[in-house]
Write a protein that binds this ligand. Structure first.
Ligand code: PLP
Ligand code: SF4
Length: 336
């Protein structure tokens, strides 16, 4: 009989996610060199309009070298088109400032309150509204979550708390522990939802202490990931998803429909199928928020609807996401 020695059973030490976060690529020329596209450097915009390039190295490793149309590269590389002003594209595309009900709390929809837990992300996605959001004074995690939790405590209609941002898992696990202590005496909250791109772009974030925190949480847990293309998944992402599921979380994904990245039926079908192998179900496919600098990613509603129809004809219903747009003042995301 062969038994492994105790040393052989020990898993390798965990990579510290904060170190990997800090080591992200922030220089466009360095990124282009990594993917053997140095010659594109001349086409970069002269300045990044206050939204710098940022992408973790593990995500870069999933890009195809030598391909200027790589769907992961196009999500993070600044383009000249961002500098064009296009009518209808503004800096507060979804009217978030109007929905603010306490420091860092957006309470737009019945039963759900969204906390802007952090203004940081491991990756800067070029299509994101975050490039214009005034995070400076809007963080729910400030002062031990006090104001945000007070709002939730006062309103018994809130049964689900959503952590969003930025990326809420940018916070240290200790900061999340502060939150769960604060929630312990708010019995009307039965679900915690976390909107995060970190399990995809920096899966090392789902480390042992985070998993222990999530597992011990006496609430129902939903983690809504954000991936737009099947190539964003690899073994490390599968492992992060498996750990989240083992901790009791239901895993969903929201994607944004992006021209030149995932605006073909085959691509969206591959995404649904790939994410399902990681135990993730599609939730929303968002029409782009009309933020300044992102117009070149827009797909028309007619094209979007045709894509969904093609998905529906080729996939089981549970692998077809709901196509929605966020419209300020609506009582929910608007189905298209
Ligand atoms: C999108 C959003 C939610 C969540 O909506 P669901 O349809 O439940 O996913 C909640 N609050 C705000 C402010 C939102 O923007
Ligand atoms: S909020 Fe989400 S989409 Fe926006 S930059 Fe961060 S990770 Fe990307």
């Amino acid at each position: 009989m062969i038994t492994a020695s105790p040393a052989a059973r020990l898993s390798p030490p965990e990579a510290d996610w904060r170190t990997l976060w800090r080591e992200a690529i922030t220089d466009a020329r360095e990124l282009l060199a990594y993917v053997s596209l140095e010659h594109l450097a001349d086409a970069l915009p002269a300045d990044d309009a206050g939204f710098n390039l940022r992408v973790p190295r593990g995500f870069v490793a999933r890009m195809r070298a030598g391909d200027p149309h790589d769907p992961l590269l196009l999500q993070v590389l600044p383009q000249l088109a961002e500098t064009h002003e296009v009518p209808g594209f503004s800096t507060d595309a979804v009217d978030d400032m109007a929905a603010r009900s306490a420091k860092g709390v957006l309470h737009k929809y019945q039963g759900r309150a969204l906390l802007i837990a952090s203004g940081s992300c491991a990756v800067n996605c070029r299509y994101c509204f975050r490039r214009h959001f005034p995070y400076g004074d809007e963080m729910a995690a400030a002062g031990q979550w006090h104001q945000a939790l007070e709002h939730v405590r006062q309103d018994e209609s809130i049964s689900e708390l959503i952590l969003s941002g930025g990326d809420p898992l940018a916070l240290a696990t200790g900061k999340l522990e502060e939150l769960s202590r604060g929630l312990a005496d708010i019995p009307h909250v039965s679900r915690l939802r976390i909107h995060t791109r970190l399990p995809v772009v920096l899966p090392e974030r789902i480390d042992t202490s985070f998993v222990e925190w999530l597992k011990a949480l006496p609430l129902q847990k939903v983690v809504v990931l954000h991936a737009n293309h099947a190539n964003e998944f690899d073994d490390s992402v599968d492992k992060a998803c498996a750990r989240l599921r083992e901790a009791g979380a239901t895993l969903l994904n929201q994607a944004v429909l992006l021209k030149g990245i995932n605006d073909e039926a085959d691509t969206l079908i591959a995404l649904s199928e790939r994410m399902f192998t990681a135990g993730v179900l599609p939730y929303y496919l968002h029409q782009l928020d009309r933020v300044q600098g992102a117009a070149h990613f827009e797909v028309t509603d007619a094209q979007a609807q045709a894509l969904i129809e093609r998905m529906r004809s080729r996939l089981p219903g549970y692998l077809v996401p709901k196509l929605v747009r966020e419209v300020g003042g609506d009582p929910s995301k608007r189905p298209l």
